[in-house]
Design a binder for this molecule. Sequence first.
Ligand SMILES: NC(=O)c1ccc[n+]([C@@H]2O[C@H](COP(=O)([O-])OP(=O)(O)OC[C@H]3O[C@@H](n4cnc5c(N)ncnc54)[C@H](O)[C@@H]3O)[C@@H](O)[C@H]2O)c1
Ligand SMILES: [Zn+2]
Length: 355
Amino acid sequence: MIEIFAGKGSSKYKICITNKSIPKKELNKNIKKNAKILIITDSGIPKKYIKSLKNSISNKVVKVHTIKNGENAKSFKTFEEIVKVLADLKFSRTDLIIALGGGVVGDVAGFCSSAFLRGIDYIQIPTTLLSQVDSSVGGKTAINIPQGKNLVGAFYNPKLVLISTNYLETLSDEEYKSGLGEVVKYALIENKKLRNLIKELNKKIIKRDKKVLLEIIKESILTKSKIVTKDEKESGIRAILNFGHTFGHAIEAYTNYKKMSHGAAITLGMVIAAKISFFEGYLKEHQLMNAIGLINSIGLDTDHSEFKYSDLKKYIMNDKKVADGNLNLILINEKYKAFKTSKFNQESILKAFKF
Ligand SMILES: NC(=O)c1ccc[n+]([C@@H]2O[C@H](COP(=O)([O-])OP(=O)(O)OC[C@H]3O[C@@H](n4cnc5c(N)ncnc54)[C@H](O)[C@@H]3O)[C@@H](O)[C@H]2O)c1
Ligand SMILES: [Zn+2]
């Protein structure tokens, strides 16, 4: 089992990664002081995972609350539903929530944990690749409102994160690839070891080889946990985790979140941002081609030609990285290190879209 820590001071937490089943000992050690437990999961998670999680918890009152699967469940309605269940179960500050599912379950369960009684403990057990390498670490919790995604939420660290590659066996290809999009992101914004792993083991990654998955999840989390621990509330360096996201979010919004997964959209966003980095002189042409090749090598689509800048512009300017009307971009340099900048030639964006 691999152990990594994130967070500071009293909100520091352990992340355990294994290619066996969830470590019972670790789980039970961490819930010793909690009397009641509510597992929050969604209707798309295979039932066997819920059953086996329940079976691995000793001597506790364990209830399960299942929300509908899909992004629509990250809503006020679900928030209300869950906090009412907690109140009906007479949850106190010594009780605990376990989020068993992808980013949707993690975000909404985490937000309920942050708000109920002004904060109760929660454990993340992420079951999608995206949630294992990204959303379960960093303490961002949220729900969506009609005005926008993730507009209501809190920074609230979990008590523990337990990751098992076993869960990934039942994940659809689309969801798996969505998570790979975030994995490549860590490789391109700073993690050289991850870049080498992808280069050398891309076929095994596509086949979901468990040993290789363990390594790529570990490297992804090492990068994510380092950055979010340095900048818990996103006032600086954390912005680089948004590499590809300004354009990716714009593609998602332009296509009404229906055409492709988050990871597929940000993959195209990363290609666009890498091309801008090239036109701005931060990357040489062969380095740009290497970056695109890396993305392609694990079966991700890099062709963004169907999206025009003129169509995406209004969504791009809506991005949270637009400060006082100035667009900030996350670009990468020759060492594949990401940085934020507001100084760039507008022409480079236009060229990148056409290149
Ligand atoms: N908090 C953060 O830092 C952060 C970061 C990135 C993304 N997010 C959020 O994460 C959400 C997306 O998360 P996601 O990509 O995990 O999607 P998701 O939670 O919607 O899960 C995708 C689908 O896979 C199913 N599923 C989950 N685990 C499965 C398994 N092991 N086997 C079979 N099916 C399974 C789910 O039921 C669902 O239908 C978005 O709402 C996004 O805003 C949050
Ligand atoms: Zn993302």
